[in-house]
Write a protein that binds this ligand. Structure first.
Ligand code: ATP
Length: 242
């Protein structure tokens, strides 16, 4: 029953008005509880894929289904997706908590419970939620942006390059945050251009290059070359070697 499957992507393509094909016929399926890493170098088509998944842009061909529902701009199923977008603009003179409350009010979903405490606890911000955002480190801002994406505890959390600008200890903490979020049967999709950033975080990987899927599977199989060849995940153009 597709209603139980967080993401089914079939034959998805995006050709921009410039004539450039950023995503070229990809298909994949993501199950509940997975932390899926979308991995590939800059320009591989990760952001374009995530934007189609979040209903921000329309595919040229193919489709995305989230819990069985077709994704398109304005589709009701989009309320089940929490999105982290790089550089979320927080108001520096307000506290983290105040920023989240303002954001939630702006979504117009006021009557639904936002689960502020739970989102903040999972994101691990602690007492810092009551401090002004201007005092936050880069890592704390990322955590706040992740907490913002978690408001309402969406079934599906989508994060575009959440490890950008984080140092290794902060990346390690993010791993705990995302794994914990998915452990309750929720699903997380995270993009990165560096294997090292996501190999500890993800349960599964999709490796993209030039708009196509080069490999997909459990992280350990892809890293170990379980497909019968040595896979250079950070250099997908060498995938066909060996
Ligand atoms: P990055 O990490 O750089 O964001 P990415 O894997 O997320 O890489 P995309 O952002 O999806 O890749 O971009 C894929 C390709 O599509 C890039 O070559 C980019 O220049 C191109 N592209 C993105 N947006 C547009 C647009 N609006 N019009 C034309 N080309 C675009």
């Amino acid at each position: 029953d597709l209603e139980d499957v967080p993401i089914v992507i079939s034959g998805l393509s995006k050709r921009y008005a410039s004539g450039f094909t950023a995503v070229d016929g990809i298909s994949l399926r993501v199950e509940r509880g997975q932390v899926l890493g979308l991995l590939g170098p800059n320009g591989a088509g990760k952001t374009t894929t995530l934007r189609m998944l979040m209903g921000l842009i329309r595919p040229t061909a193919g489709q995305v289904r989230v819990f069985g529902h077709l994704v398109r701009p304005g589709a009701p199923v989009l309320s089940r997706i929490g999105a982290f977008v790089e550089g979320s603009g927080f108001l520096p003179h307000l506290s983290g908590m105040e920023n989240l409350r303002l954001y939630w009010a702006a979504t117009g979903r006021g009557r639904e419970s936002a689960h502020f405490e739970e989102a903040l606890e999972i994101a691990g911000l602690g007492a810092a939620v009551h401090r002004k955002v201007s005092t936050y480190s880069q890592g704390m801002r990322q955590r706040l942006a992740i907490a913002q994406a978690m408001l309402g505890l969406p079934d599906l959390l989508v994060l575009d390059e959440p490890a950008n600008g984080l140092d290794p200890p902060q990346i390690h903490q993010m791993r705990e945050v995302l794994r914990r979020y998915a452990s309750g049967g929720r699903t997380v999709v995270v993009s990165s251009h560096l294997l090292a950033e996501v190999e500890q975080t993800c349960t599964h990987l999709v490796v993209m290059h030039r708009g196509r899927v080069m490999a997909t599977g459990e992280v350990r199989d892809i890293v170990a070359g379980g497909h019968g060849y040595t896979f250079h995940v950070d250099q997908p153009e060498r995938a066909a070697e060996v």
